[in-house]
Structures are given as C-alpha cells and as structure tokens.
Design a protein around this ligand. Structure first.
Ligand code: SF4
Length: 436
C-alpha cells in the first residue's frame, strides 16, 4: 500500500483554509468542563478531582461517570451550601478541612485538582490561592493544583484543556530534544502511537501529557517539540510555548490519512525521512484500509450535519468525507482555532459550510431544512431530533470511545454506520420489521 491508497476520494483542492465561517452567538446546548473528569480520572491514575461546586455539579459528575461501588472513587464534590453562597461561612476554612480529611484517608493520591465550577466562580472563591496554600502544606507528598470546569460560555472538552494547562507550570525544565504528545488518550491508543513513534527512530525522547502517574510527568523546555493529539488544547499549547516548547503543525491522528499525516509531521520535525514513516506504518495502514472498505459501502454519499459540541467535529468530518465518501452539509464547532486547525481545514472539501459558536434555534432551522442522513449533536438535541425522524449520533460518545490511530479508524466509522443500520431496520418498509 502506498500513500496514494490513503483514499483522497475528493481531489486535492484548496480545502477550507480560507472558507468563510458563519459565526453565531446565542443559546448553546453543551455540557460543562466538569465532564472531562470522567476520562481524566481514568487517565491520571494517582490523581483526585475535587469539584468545589453545588449539588447540580455533583449530580452531573455522578451521572456521567457512574457510581463506583467496588473501587475508591477518585473524584468528589465539596458542596458549597447556602451559608457558603451567602458568605456566612468561610469556604476556605471548610475546603482546608475537607482536603486534610481526604488526604489523610487516601495515601494513594499524589495530585489533587481543585476544580472550580459556576457556583465557586460566582462567589469568587479563589481556588488558585487555595491550591497554593494547600500545596505548601502537603508537598512533597501531594501536589495541589486548580482549574476551572465551569460551564459559563464553555464547552465540555475545555475541562481537559484547563486541566492540562494547570500541569504545565509544574513540569520540570529540560533542554533535551523531546517529542511531547499532548492530549489524554486511552492507554491502549497511547501505547499504539508510542510504538509507532518509537519505530520511527526519532533522535529524541518521547513523552506524553498527561502522564499516567504524577511521578512520570514529562519535563519541558526549548528542545521540546509537541504534537497535539486532541484539537481542543489551545490553552495548553500556549502554556507549553511559554515554557519554550514549539508546536508541530499536523492534522490530528484520526483516520488513516490523519494518523499518517500526524506521524509524518513528527518525522519531519526531527529530520526523519518520510520513507521511514511509509515503511513503519505500511501494515497498520493496510489493515485499516481493509477494515474501512466494508464501512464505506454504508457511509458513502450519506449527508452529515454537525452541531458544535466536542471540538472534534472538523477532524472527524474530514475523515468521514475523505476516507468514507460522506457528504458534509454543515460542520459546526464551538470554537475555531485557525492555527491549530490549519492542516485540517486544508483537507476539508472546498464548499463545506462551516459554523462557529451556536445559536441553537437557527442551527436547528438549517438542520431541519437540510434533512441530513446523520445529525451529530449533544444529548439534549438528539431525542427531539429523533422524534422528528432524523437519525442522530451523540457527539459525547466520540470523546468517550477510543477513536485515534489506525487500529481505531474502523471503530470510528462504525459509530456512524450503526445508527444508519438501526434506521434501516426500523424503517416501515423493512420486511423484518413488518414481520415482527
Ligand atoms: S459547573 Fe456550572 S454548568 Fe457545570 S454542573 Fe456545575 S453549575 Fe452546572
């Protein structure tokens, strides 16, 4: 298999690099940044996430993450009650007491994140100072950091960005050559990508942010080049740059084409020949291409509409369009970071309708007028749209499922093929349904 077999179903064009973007501001329908705790607490295995918030925040986290019955949980909510909100009690004193009790009971915790919420921000509780105060008390055993997961004007993947950005100032300094992969990936995906990067023979150490354990937190400095594995990490990228690291521009490792482009960018950054990438990735690309062939039959020509939700919309739309032949009606994203998205926008078919931000009523009008075959949207919109006869895909599932890299390309396509199969099975004209 050669590069040409990476299926540019659409001929090369200027893509959407300079395409106009419909900017909308209005009511939006997304989860808040607290949601990131669901995957971050699994990734950083000796960290604890203490949300400083209300009962609503506690319910959100509990219902999103499920109740852990057999394991000690690694997240909790310190509830701000009426006395805190009314300023009648010193929330800092109570927070110090809660943290001391928690750390006494849980010697396994090495990093404690104090996670801000809408209520803690409304009463202007300074969690940064609280984290400094508590770090001074509990270091070297436990480092206390803080970030905001508040839902005011944000979307849920920003929780991860804020969390990783809070780690950057405490990374040790190094001038050694290093490639840093940035973004929380499921361990199995991280292992696959680490293996491929290792086989490229880069003349540099390879690190991952976040690390699985606090004592493995990578160092950073002027010899560090970093590759984003997730598209929603603008603040983390800026924080790393402020420590002297340089970002390597690349498409995101989603689909065969994106993963190859991502690895090629890593190779280029360290002077490794593109032919090495071709050789190292040949069998993985071949396997992924075979697995995608079957799914292309289901997805080619299907018309897709993306509501802005996870910030993964553009790379996933690029993959579905270029590798599976889907047609893009509208690709919405909560924020369009042109610099981080430059390589992705260049690959998106010219003429794709791009929107940034959300005015949910106007976008629903466009969606209803388009009558897409698949609508990718948040949970709150999915059921009403299904009731109107539209087939939907929950955007949040794309964040909770391993989708990066060659081995997951077919799984990602399958997430979109499945609702189409379900629709076909439920169609009144389906003889199986009629018999039932
Ligand atoms: S942080 Fe804000 S949006 Fe998120 S659950 Fe708490 S109150 Fe709701």
């Amino acid at each position: 298999m050669n590069a040409a077999s990476v299926i540019p179903l659409h001929p090369a064009s200027a893509g959407c690099s300079t395409a106009p973007v419909l900017r909308e501001r209005g009511q939006h329908e997304v989860f808040c940044g607290l949601t990131g705790i669901v995957w971050l607490h699994r990734k950083i295995q000796d960290a604890f996430f203490l949300v400083v918030g209300s009962r609503t925040c506690a319910h959100l986290i509990q219902s999103a993450a499920g109740v852990m019955i057999f394991a000690e949980p690694r997240f909790a909510t310190a509830i701000l009650d009426e006395r805190d909100l009314a300023g009648l009690a010193d929330a800092n004193d109570e927070l110090d007491r809660v943290v001391a009790r928690l750390l006494e009971r849980r010697p396994d915790i090495k990093t404690l994140f104090l996670v801000g919420s809408c209520p803690s921000e409304v009463i202007k509780l300074d969690l940064h100072r609280a984290a400094e105060r508590l770090s001074a008390q509990f270091l070297p055993r436990v480092r206390v950091l803080n970030y905001s997961g508040s839902g005011i004007e944000t979307t849920f993947t920003q929780g991860e960005d804020a969390c990783l950005a809070s780690l950057v100032p405490v990374m040790a300094a190094t001038a050694e050559p290093q490639l840093l992969v940035v973004g929380a990936l499921p361990d199995i995906v991280e292992d696959q990508l680490a293996r491929l990067l290792g086989q490229l023979g880069l003349p540099a150490r390879i690190g991952f942010l976040p690390a699985r354990r606090s004592d493995a937190l990578p160092a950073v400095g002027p010899g560090t080049r970093f590759l984003l594995a997730q598209p929603f990490l603008g603040d983390t990228a800026r924080a790393l740059e402020s420590r002297g690291a340089q970002r390597v521009g690349a498409p995101f490792p989603i689909g065969v084409e994106g993963t190859t482009g991502w690895l090629q960018a890593a190779a280029r950054a360290f002077g490794v020949d593109a032919a090495v990438v071709e050789r190292v990735t040949a069998s993985a690309r071949e396997r992924a291409a075979v697995a995608l062939t079957r799914l292309r039959e289901s997805l080619a020509g299907q018309r897709l509409f993306f509501f802005p939700d996870s910030q993964l919309e553009i790379p996933i739309a690029r993959f579905l369009s270029r590798e599976l032949g889907a047609e893009l009606l509208e690709v919405g994203t909560p924020f369009l970071h042109r610099e981080l998205m430059a390589e992705e926008l260049a690959l998106l078919p010219a003429g794709t309708r791009l929107s940034e931000g959300q005015h949910v009523e106007q976008q629903l009008d466009r969606c209803r007028a388009d009558r897409p075959d698949i609508t990718v949207c948040g949970l709150g919109l999915a059921n009403p749209l299904e009731a109107e006869g539209l087939t939907t895909k929950w955007a949040i599932e794309l964040v909770f499922t391993p989708i990066h890299g060659y081995e997951q390309a077919a799984d990602l396509a399958e997430l979109f093929a499945r609702p189409l199969r379900r629709r076909a099975l439920l169609a009144p004209s389906n003889p199986t349904r009629a018999a039932a």
